[in-house]
Write a protein that binds this ligand. Structure first.
Ligand SMILES: Cc1ncc(C[n+]2csc(CCOP(=O)(O)OP(=O)(O)O)c2C)c(N)n1
Ligand SMILES: [Mg+2]
Length: 788
């Protein structure tokens, strides 16, 4: 397939305009917009430039409404320029690029207004997101949803140095396992990173790697000018020289210009007759135009490459480009943060036929008429269906999630029981839940759910053990109807999959309710991807178990300390650490609703769970108790009017707190026991209430924790205890100015029994008693827990 010449000409003109507008956006931010602090807002000019042609080919010609794109972070100005030409981005936001509420430095789904499909910023993550988005599209289709929507391609524009990020390789392997389709990765092979020029021959490694994972590879190295020159007499020698030229030298010559190329060519292949004539026929300017006409800057070559794909196999395009092409610092190794000077910009403006004062005009300086260009843009397939952000109706969540109770249970077990109960039923909620786990499905209690709902695969695959009638607790039949996605051990993949599943309502118009399980410490392994998923406003639930030092003999290396603080600090994620299963069921119900709330009202949910089996309270779940649980705390034992001390605990250490309060009761008055199910929600509520009071003076809005602590006298002491970093709860002392002793864990790695470790780390009943004693006057506490 070829694109007709007139169309190519218009596309090339638009690509030049995109390059201009993206550079002007940066220039404006640095040289024209008054900055109070005088700080330069940095580059992107070079990094953006290399993608102007490729992205113009895609957006103005190749993309269809159902396609979704992750744009390399530093190509943000190019993306915004394209959307500006389409009329989806405002001049005001461009003038305010990188400013408060202006167009974002890196494309952002949540902060930009111009229909960013996938946020990018932390390199590598957006790339992998497209792969998982494609798997999610397959999942949705396999379940019979979104029938009338055509399959989209998930496309990533990838920096060549971005390929160093390990998560890309992890994703590639997972994609291969799941029969990845409809995914295009376009590598901007400008052979430069931020600091330097990349290693020679990298493309060969990319090529063999992608082919190895079942991808097609299309290398777009030479532009049309080059191909035409190669066909001239002596052209073959020129091609050989280009192919053999080291990256550093090629980049340097692109920077130096036509005369420098000429000198090198003369010195190296200049005595070969025909090729000499080929070179000498061209002026310096023409020679530079020829030598910088790499495939990625040639509209015809890029359109041809994209349009030649007539299948749904994944494709990696390796497009040769020059970083900063067309700009004065093209190819210079230090150009990453390079900025054009006012004089350089002025010279370029003149060359582009742009009148002063008309720099933002969409069609200024182009030879086509505005009417022609307007018609061309509005006919672009990409825009044909208008708004590309979809939505999906809310899935009803039963008021109470049921589970079959036992007198003694762990929260991890309870999590499995709640899901098992859902799996047994036929609720809409159950049909929309998708679980995933990085090789810890069984050990995080997802087994019962998977037995009932099956593994997902596009093609049926029977569990051989089952068909051979070999007894096994687990049924691992895989089918297109399955609802569990089994991943290899890569937590980055888990969270990027969550990011893709959790955006399905806006990408595919079909709501999914993703639930991930993993061991709690390995949240840290996937943390940047978790942060990324939250930043995109993907909605999911994470059950992390086991956690803390409570997993005791299972291995010191698996203990987690920092995760409660991560849970508190992670934007877009509400974290909970219940002690009892009835609390967990309430939280999961709240969570499935929270995951579906619009905008800032909703978010994702993190459940920090444990394998420690606890005596379960026999109680009626009153609405008040339910509110306490979801708001973050309730009195397990209300303090009396003269309480001298209150013990506040979170999670698995509940028995220690209960025991300590019992023992303290003999020597201290009116002790209260505060069950904290979510330090995160409590703290967020407290911050929000203070904000409200500040903004609307006189409004006496009290947060949940302020109300709970209000009856305590100022000299009452607080002891907090958690199997995690003590700072998680230490802030409670500031709420109403109470003295506080925060107990928790600050070192990890030692195995032992729970008793050994709780004693060692000072979170056992006696440690709580000691802390209470240090906060209160009066005689020493008479009773202690006896050593076992
Ligand atoms: C995870 C992460 N680490 C570091 C950075 C800082 N950074 C931004 S771009 C870049 C290198 C870009 O090189 P490449 O991907 O080849 O893109 P180019 O600028 O050449 O277009 C780096 C290190 C980042 N954005 N994300
Ligand atoms: Mg690069």
């Amino acid at each position: 397939m070829t694109t007709e010449p007139a169309r190519l000409e218009t596309l090339s003109a638009l690509a030049r305009k995109v390059l201009w507008l993206s550079s002007w956006t940066i220039h404006h931010a640095n040289h024209i917009r008054p900055t109070v602090d005088g700080l330069k807002v940095g580059g992107h000019q070079a990094s953006s430039a290399s993608l102007a042609t490729i992205m113009s080919a895609l957006y103005f010609s190749v993309l269809r409404p159902q396609d979704r794109v992750a744009v390399k972070p530093h190509a943000s100005p190019v993306f915004h320029a394209i959307q500006y030409l389409f009329g989806h981005q405002t001049r005001e936001k461009l003038e305010n690029f990188r400013g408060f509420k202006g167009a974002q430095s890196y494309p952002s789904r949540t902060k930009d207004v111009d229909d960013v499909d996938f946020s990018t910023g932390s390199v590598g993550l957006g790339v992998a997101q497209t792969l998982f988005a494609s798997l999610v599209q397959d999942y949705v289709k396999a379940h019979g949803w979104a029938k009338d929507r055509p399959e989209g391609r998930m496309i990533a524009l990838v920096g060549d140095a971005e390929m160093d990020e390990g998560n890309i390789f992890e994703a590639l392997l997972e994609g291969w396992k799941h029969g990845l389709r409809n995914t295009w990765w376009v590598v901007d092979y400008n052979r430069q990173s931020l600091d330097a020029v990349v290693r020679e021959g990298l493309w060969e490694k990319f090529e063999s790697m992608f082919r190895n994972f079942g991808w097609d590879v299309v290398i777009v190295k030479y532009g049309r000018l080059m191909r035409e020159a190669f066909a001239e007499a002596g052209g073959e020698a020129l091609k050989q020289w280009i192919d053999a030229c080291p990256n550093q030298l090629y980049a340097a010559l692109c920077f130096q210009g036509g005369a420098a190329f000429r000198k090198h060519l003369r010195d190296e292949i200049g005595d070969q007759g025909k090729v000499t004539q080929l070179i000498e026929r061209r002026s310096d300017e023409e020679l530079l135009a020829l030598m910088s006409n790499l495939g990625g800057h040639d509209m015809a070559s890029m359109c041809e490459a994209f349009e030649s794909i007539d299948h749904d196999r994944p494709v990696c395009f390796i497009a040769y480009t020059i970083k900063g092409v067309g700009l004065p610092f093209q190819g210079h190794k230090d150009n990453h943060a390079g900025l054009m000077t006012v004089t350089q910009m002025e010279k370029w403006r003149l060359a582009q036929n742009i009148r002063p004062g008309y720099e933002w005009d969409r069609f200024e300086g182009l030879s086509q008429t505005p009417a022609e260009l307007e018609a061309f843009l509005s006919a672009a397939r990409f825009n044909r269906e208008g708004r590309r952000r979809l939505s999906a109706p809310e899935i009803a969540v039963p008021e109470r999630l049921a589970f079959s109770p036992s007198p003694q249970m762990s929260t991890q077990q309870g999590f499995g029981l709640v899901l098992n109960e859902l799996a047994r039923g036929d609720s809409a909620l159950a049909s929309r839940i998708v679980t995933a786990s990085p090789d810890v499905t069984v050990s995080t209690n997802l087994g019962a759910w998977v037995n009932r709902r099956g593994l997902f695969a596009r093609a049926e695959k029977a569990d051989l053990f089952r068909s051979e009638k070999i007894p096994s607790t687990f049924n691992w039949d895989a089918s297109p109807k399955g609802q569990h996605i089994e991943l290899g051990i890569a937590e980055m993949n888990l969270f990027i999959l969550m990011s893709a599943l959790g955006l399905s309502h806006t990408i595919n118009g079909e709501r999914l309710l993703p639930v991930a399980t993993l061991y709690d410490p390995f949240i840290e392994r996937g943390l940047d991807a978790l942060n990324y998923a939250c930043y995109q406003d993907a909605r999911f639930m994470v059950a992390a178990t086991p956690s803390g030092i409570t997993l005791a003999p299972e291995g010191g290396a698996h203990q987690s300390i920092a995760t409660p603080l991560i849970g508190m600090a992670q934007d877009g994620l509400s974290s909970f650490e219940p002690a009892f299963v009835d609390e967990l069921a309430v939280i999961m119900g709240w969570g499935f609703r929270h995951m579906q709330r619009e905008g800032g009202e909703g978010g994702s949910v993190y459940l920090r769970l444990t394998t420690r089996s606890l005596d379960q309270p026999q109680r009626i779940m009153s609405p008040e108790l339910e509110t306490g649980i979801t708001e973050g705390a309730y009195w397990l034992r209300k303090p009396g009017p003269n309480a001298e001390v209150v013990v506040a605990y979170t999670g698995a250490v509940a028995p220690e707190a209960i025991e300590a309060v019992g023992l303290l009761g003999e020597s201290r008055r009116d002790i209260g026991l505060l069950a904290i199910t979510s330090a995160d929600r409590l703290h967020a509520g407290w911050t929000a209430a203070r904000g409200l009071r500040r903004d609307r003076r006189g409004v006496a809005h009290l947060s949940h924790i302020e109300k709970l602590l209000a009856p305590l006298s100022r000299d009452c002491g607080l002891v907090t205890v958690i199997d995690g970093h003590p700072a998680t709860l230490a802030w409670l002392g500031s709420v109403r100015g109470h003295r506080l002793e925060a107990l928790g864990v600050e070192h990890f790695g030692q195995t032992g029994t729970i008793d050994d470790l709780y004693r060692h780390h000072g979170i056992d009943a006696n440690a709580i008693i000691d802390a209470a004693e240090s906060l209160t006057a009066g005689a020493p506490v008479r009773h202690r827990k006896l050593a076992v």
